[in-house]
Design a protein around this ligand. Structure first.
Ligand SMILES: CC(C)(COP(=O)(O)O)[C@@H](O)C(=O)NCCC(=O)O
Ligand SMILES: [Mn+2]
Length: 790
């Protein structure tokens, strides 16, 4: 089958990249002992607890790449405590290598932050250079980056994070940098700063474009008042300092960018810490001085540039040309939860994770509970207003950036039939619209108890399964709460991400397939009525048959255990009764109805018979009636017409979706009743033993038209065509028709996607709000959208 699909290792590198995971964890320098304990407890210096090195004696020769001052300062400590040598890499080299890697390989790594609003950007990596990298640590480095390994430190300033923290500590007596930052959120800098209005009697100095609230002189008020340090609020001092330093860095960065003709300025380093106000201040300064010509961009992994660069300096790991489609970011619980910060002890196994989840949610409701949303905007139009005080209502780390675990999956590829991969956006529903997020939040929260029941039952209902189910529910609720609080916390958020997060969270608590028995039951019931359906279909003329088949797909898509309304329906009848009811209700025109155009392409008009498609990729959806009575009969029709069919199914379970692993058995069962399916399945290598009994008497079938199955690389009810399995990418090369079926694949994602070949999108809309929003219709309306190749 691989040969037939044209899968080869032709353009692969000579040594394999095996994949792996990148975790991002941060420790303050002062907590180096905790860092060493963490490394030791997880045996990271010996390849990790899961590694086969686990039982091997301490490896005295282990080398850890490191950069920055700490690589020198702590070299002896690492040797003494862990027996490892630190291999020191140049800091600038590492910063640039880290930034280049992030910007090229991680989707939506960069974002702008204006007036409290984050917007993610996809940087075209062919159009990345040159840019200015501003790394704000204790001091500030400004680096002009022209390419990989090509850079020059062109400027810098000694007024940086260290200045803010040093002065702040002296002036406010704060005990930590984060405390100082938090304080600034409750501050009013006009108590300390001299504003234009203070000089011009509350008036703007409009002639030169300065509003009354513009800071004329940072800390300037302190010179004219007879006050001592104790007379100023620490909050106001902290804010004044933060603005002074952020504006100064922003201004110097802009002038440097101007000097070298650079349009893009990326900021990194641990000064920013995802702190909304800091980012707003820097953005404002850039915007103000460039008159809107230049934009400040921030990086989600801002604090890890050096560490990443150091890691990348290991030779021959093959990561240099890694692309965004090979990296998948996951947000497991118990891994760094917020901004790479460890909450709680390092977790060894699932049991520890569950115990931690139990404690975490008990004690940490303030960490995870949704907090009142504050309207966006921290600086105000002029950028010099008092920020909205977030301190009282929002927990201190709420605005921190979340970085997940990066999974490197070298086999993932961009789907080759995407018409414009750069413009492709899988999500139809944008969850940055808060009312939309609230709606889906309510839906997914509402589904949770039922899902937990199914998941626990799928594991035999044992005590262990109940505990895991409980931990899953807590974990998923915590994710939802976090995202309600800050929808951009995990990067750009679409509905597909939420649905996938739920599946990933189930897997994290070792629920392999929550709907296993439901899927089996529905498959069996549907296979039992398949012969009758095929007989009925075979008595029809070509045109009626095609319509009946499409109707059948739409009707059978009602079996969706992810839809509240549908699940309620299933209590009202057997599978077959519901299937019949659904078919009987099929009335054209459907809400979106391109059937006639599709029919013309398939059957032609008058005497003109168009050639059949060469190969069709059928992206199948649910188990039971959906696959057996809907998609398989449609596949059979295509095969009958001489089109090769590839059934594309999930690699991992998601709700009641059929998986690629399950399909061969279903096809084999169906093939017992059908010569066409049998011959095609044999030709496609799906049936190992030829079946002797045939029932439907279809004749003259070319055994050369194969029916195949490939996995799509996903474990979600949706599909993101930027990251599919290499098998699917290979199968797509000869395909000239794709059929996307179901709400997840054809509506939530890909409704607006354009393909290089003919595309048919078929789904029943099983949610009232979605029906209203997408097709101005009602629940159970159907979509049959046909888009011929240009
Ligand atoms: C998860 C789903 C996309 C799966 O639908 P499918 O792709 O199987 O047609 C869908 O069930 C869904 O959007 N459910 C949530 C909406 C609801 O309960 O109304
Ligand atoms: Mn589904």
């Amino acid at each position: 089958m691989k040969e037939r699909l044209g899968i080869s290792n032709g353009n692969r590198r000579s040594y394999p990249i095996l994949g792996g995971r990148l975790h991002f964890v941060k420790f303050e320098t002062s907590k180096i002992t905790e860092c060493l304990d963490f490394i030791y407890s997880k045996q990271l210096h010996r390849g990790g607890m899961e590694s086969h090195y686990h039982n091997s004696p301490a490896n005295g020769n282990a080398i850890i790449k490191a950069t920055g001052g700490g690589a020198y300062k702590f070299a002896d400590l690492f040797k003494e405590k862990l027996g490892v040598s630190l291999d020191k890499e140049d800091e600038m080299d590492c910063l640039v290598a880290g930034a280049n890697f992030l910007l090229k390989a991680i989707r939506h790594e960069a974002f702008t932050h204006m007036e409290g609003h984050k917007e993610f950007f996809q940087i075209d990596h062919n159009d990345l250079f040159p840019y200015l990298l501003v790394n704000i640590g204790s001091g500030v480095s400004m680096i002009k980056v022209d390419g990989d390994g090509k850079f020059q430190r062109v400027s810098g300033t000694n007024v940086g994070g260290g200045t803010y923290w040093g002065l702040g500590r002296l002036l406010t007596k704060c005990k930590s940098f984060d405390e100082l930052l938090e304080l600034s959120q409750k501050g009013d800098n006009s108590a300390v700063d001299m504003l234009v209005g203070d000089i011009y009697g509350s008036m703007d100095y409009s002639k030169i474009g300065l509003s009354a609230s513009t800071i004329a002189s940072s800390f300037g008020k302190a010179i004219s008042e007879n006050k001592e340090l104790e007379d100023y609020r620490p909050e106001d001092i902290s804010l004044s300092l933060l603005r002074m330093i952020s504006y100064n860095i922003g201004q110097i960065s802009y002038l440097t960018a101007l000097q070298f003709g650079l349009k893009r300025i990326f900021f990194g380093g641990f000064f920013i810490r995802g702190h909304a106000y800091t980012m707003d201040s820097i953005s404002f300064a850039i915007q103000f001085w460039s008159k809107g010509e230049a934009q400040a961009m921030f990086l989600r992994h801002e604090g890890f540039l050096g560490a990443l660069g150091a890691f990348l300096s290991y030779e021959k790991h093959g990561l240099d040309d890694l692309m965004a489609h090979q990296l998948v970011e996951r947000f497991p619980m118990g891994a760094p939860y917020t901004g790479g910060e460890i909450h709680g002890p390092p977790l060894g196994d699932l049991n520890e994770k569950i115990s931690w989840m139990e404690k975490f949610v008990q004690k940490g409701t303030e960490i995870t509970a949704p907090v009142p949303m504050i309207p966006p905007g921290t600086t105000g139009l002029g950028g010099f207003e008092v920020p909205l005080s977030k301190g009282g209502t929002l927990r201190s780390d709420a605005s921190s950036l979340n970085v997940g675990v990066l999974h490197l999956v070298p086999t993932l590829e961009v789907f080759p039939l995407l018409a414009d991969p750069k413009a492709y956006e899988p999500n139809t529903i944008d969850l940055s619209d808060h009312s939309e997020l609230e709606h889906w939040f309510t839906i997914l929260s509402g589904h949770l108890p039922d899902l937990v029941d199914k998941a626990v039952a799928s594991e035999g209902g044992s005590e262990d399964a109940k505990r895991r189910g409980d931990a899953f529910a807590r974990a998923f609720s915590a994710h939802l709460a976090r995202l309600m609080e800050d929808p951009a916390a995990y990067g750009k958020l679409g509905l597909a991400n939420l649905l996938e997060l739920r599946e990933e969270c189930l897997r994290e608590f070792q629920f392999v397939d929550a709907y296993r028995s439901i899927k089996q039951r529905e498959n069996e019931a549907s296979l039992a009525v398949l012969p009758d359906l095929l007989m009925e279909i075979d008595c029809m003329d070509e045109e009626t048959r095609l319509l009946t088949l499409i109707e059948g797909v739409l009707a059978a898509n009602i079996f969706d255990w992810g839809s509240r309304a549908c699940v309620d329906l299933y209590h009202k009848g057997t599978i077959i009764e519901i299937y019949r009811m659904s078919r009987n209700k099929m009335r054209r025109p459907w809400r979106v109805d391109d059937f006639d155009v599709f029919k013309e392409r398939m059957l032609g008009t008058g005497d003109k018979k168009p050639p059949p498609h060469r190969r069709a990729l059928l992206f199948v959806d649910n188990s039971g009636a959906d696959i057996v009575l809907g998609m398989l009969p449609l596949a059979r029709e295509l095969l009958r017409r001489g089109t090769e069919v590839v059934l594309v199914a999930n690699s991992l379970p998601a709700l009641n979706d059929v998986t690629a692993m399950e399909l061969p058995d279903i096809v084999a069962e169906a093939a017992k009743h059908c010569d066409i399916l049998r011959g095609a399945a044999e030709a496609g290598g799906l049936l190992v033993d030829a079946m002797i009994n045939t029932f439907d008497g279809s004749k003259n079938i070319s055994p050369l038209v194969p029916l195949m199955v490939v996995e799509n690389g996903c474990g979600s009810p949706c599909i993101d065509f930027r990251q599919v399995s290499s098998e699917l990418a290979a199968a797509a090369k000869d395909a000239d028709l794709i059929i996307l079926e179901g709400m997840g694949r054809a509506l939530h994602t890909n409704l607006n996607a354009r393909f290089k070949c003919d595309a048919l999108k078929l789904a029943m809309v099983k949610n009232q709000r979605l029906a209203e929003k997408l097709v101005k219709g009602n629940i159970y309306d159907c979509v049959c959208k046909y888009e011929p190749a240009n």
